[in-house]
Ligand binder design. Structure first.
Ligand code: ACO
Length: 325
C-alpha cells in the first residue's frame, strides 16, 4: 500500500514583474539577476490576493483534476511561510473557501521544504488510517515579506500556489521513499526577525525593516547544494531508482546554479530536470508544488513515471521524495 498523488493544481497571479522592472526599483541589472540566479521574471499577487486565495485556486484545480467532490477531502495540510494571519491557520481558511465540512485542517511550517514535509505527513496519515483523502496545498505571497529596497533579496522571490490530492493506492505506484532533515543551528541564515513573540511588532521594528525576509544567500548556497544532493541520492537509492530511469527531478526553484550543480553531481541530463524558475522566481513552499502541477498539466507525466522531488529552505530544512506517478 502506498500514498499516491492522484491530482495536482497550481495558480500563478496575473501580474508579471520582470528584471527590467526591478532595474527601476533597486540598483541591479537584468544581466546580474539572470547570470547569478537564472530568473528573468516572477509573478506578484495583487493587494487583495492573500495566500489563502491563491491556495484555494490551486486546490480547486486539483479537486477538478481528481474528479472528486471537495467534501470527500478529510484532511487539509497547508504549508506556507506567508500565512494570511498568525491564526486562524491558512489551512482552515482554504477549507472554508472550498466548503469542506467534515475534515481537519492545519498549517505546517518548513519554509521552502514545506510541500515535501507536508507530503510526508499526508503519507503517514493515509497509511496509518487517520485520513482517506488528503489535500496538500502550498501557497506563498512572498511579495508581502519582501523588502523592496534590498536588492540582495527582492530580485529572488515570487508569488503563487500549488496543490496535490493524495489517496491510498494498492497498485504499487505512489511515494516510494522520503528523506527529511532540519538543522536549527543555521536558523539565522534565513528568517523574518520581527513580528513574532521574540520581537513583537513596534514602530522601531518597522523603522528597521525587521518584518522583511533576511537572507545570507552566499552562506546558504553551499549548504543548499550539498544537502539537496544528499537528499536526492538518499531517496533515489531507497526507492531503487536507476538515475537514467528518472523521468523528472523537480528541485526547489531557488537558483539555476544550484540546480545545475545537482544535475551534474547526479549525472542527470538536462531533459530530466524540471525548471520554471526563470518565469516564477523562488516561491518557497509553493515552488515544487507549482512545478509538479505545471509538469502534470502539460502532459509531462505518465502512469509509472519515476519522479524525484528535492527541496531546501529556511530552518534550515531539506528533503527528498521519490515517487512513481
Ligand atoms: N544586483 C546586483 N548586484 C547584487 C545584487 C543584485 N540584485 N544582489 C547582490 N549583489 C552584489 C552583492 O552586493 C555583492 O557585491 P560585492 O561583491 O561588491 O560585495 C555581489 O553581488 C555578490 O553577492 P553574493 O551574495 O555573494 O552573490 P551570490 O553569487 O552568492 O548570489 C544569491 C546571491 C543569488 C542569493 C545566491 O547566494 C543564492 O541563490 N543563494 C541560495 C538561496 C537559497 O537557496 N535560499 C534557500 C531557499 S529560500 C527560502 O527558504 C525562503
Amino acid at each position: 500500500m502506498k500514498a499516491r498523488i492522484i491530482s495536482t493544481g497550481y495558480f500563478l497571479p496575473e501580474r508579471i514583474l520582470t528584471n527590467k522592472d526591478l532595474e527601476k526599483m533597486v540598483d541591479t541589472t537584468d544581466e546580474w539577476i539572470t547570470k547569478r540566479t537564472g530568473i528573468t521574471e516572477r509573478r506578484i499577487a495583487s493587494e487583495e490576493e492573500a495566500s489563502s486565495d491563491m491556495g484555494t485556486r490551486a486546490s480547486q484545480m486539483a479537486i477538478e483534476n481528481a474528479g472528486i467532490k471537495a467534501n470527500e477531502i478529510d484532511a487539509v495540510i497547508c504549508s506556507t511561510i506567508t500565512p494570511d494571519h498568525f491564526f486562524p491557520s491558512t489551512a482552515c481558511l482554504i477549507q472554508h473557501n472550498l466548503r469542506i465540512k467534515d475534515a481537519y485542517a492545519f498549517d505546517l511550517s518548513a519554509a521552502c521544504s514545506g510541500f515535501l514535509f507536508a507530503l510526508n505527513t499526508a503519507e503517514s496519515m493515509l497509511l496509518s488510517g487517520k485520513a482517506d483523502t488528503v489535500l496538500v496545498v502550498a501557497p506563498e505571497k512572498l511579495s508581502s515579506i519582501t523588502d523592496w529596497k534590498d536588492r540582495s533579496t527582492c530580485v529572488l522571490f515570487g508569488d503563487g500556489a500549488g496543490a496535490a490530492i493524495l489517496k491510498k493506492d494498492e497498485s504499487g505506484n505512489g511515494i516510494q521513499s522520503t528523506y527529511l532533515k532540519s538543522d536549527g543551528a543555521f536558523g539565522d541564515l534565513l528568517m523574518v526577525p520581527a513580528g513574532g513573540s521574540r520581537m513583537p511588532a513596534s514602530p522601531e521594528t518597522i523603522e528597521k525593516r525587521q518584518h522583511y525576509l533576511k537572507m545570507k544567500g552566499n552562506e546558504i548556497f553551499k549548504v543548499a547544494v550539498k544537502s539537496m544532493i544528499k537528499a536526492a541520492k538518499h531517496v533515489i537509492k531507497d526507492a531503487a531508482f536507476k538515475p537514467e530511469d528518472i523521468k523528472a527531478l523537480i528541485p526547489h526553484q531557488a537558483n539555476m546554479r544550484i540546480i545545475n550543480a545537482i544535475e551534474k553531481r547526479l549525472s542527470l541530463k538536462d531533459e530530466q530536470i524540471f525548471v520554471n524558475l526563470d518565469k516564477t522566481g523562488n516561491t518557497s513552499a509553493a515552488s515544487i508544488a507549482i512545478s509538479l502541477g505545471e509538469l502534470e498539466s502539460s502532459g509531462g507525466l505518465k502512469e509509472g513515471d519515476k519522479v524525484v522531488l528535492v527541496s531546501f529552505g529556511g530552518g534550515l530544512t531539506w528533503a527528498g521524495i521519490a515517487l512513481t506517478w
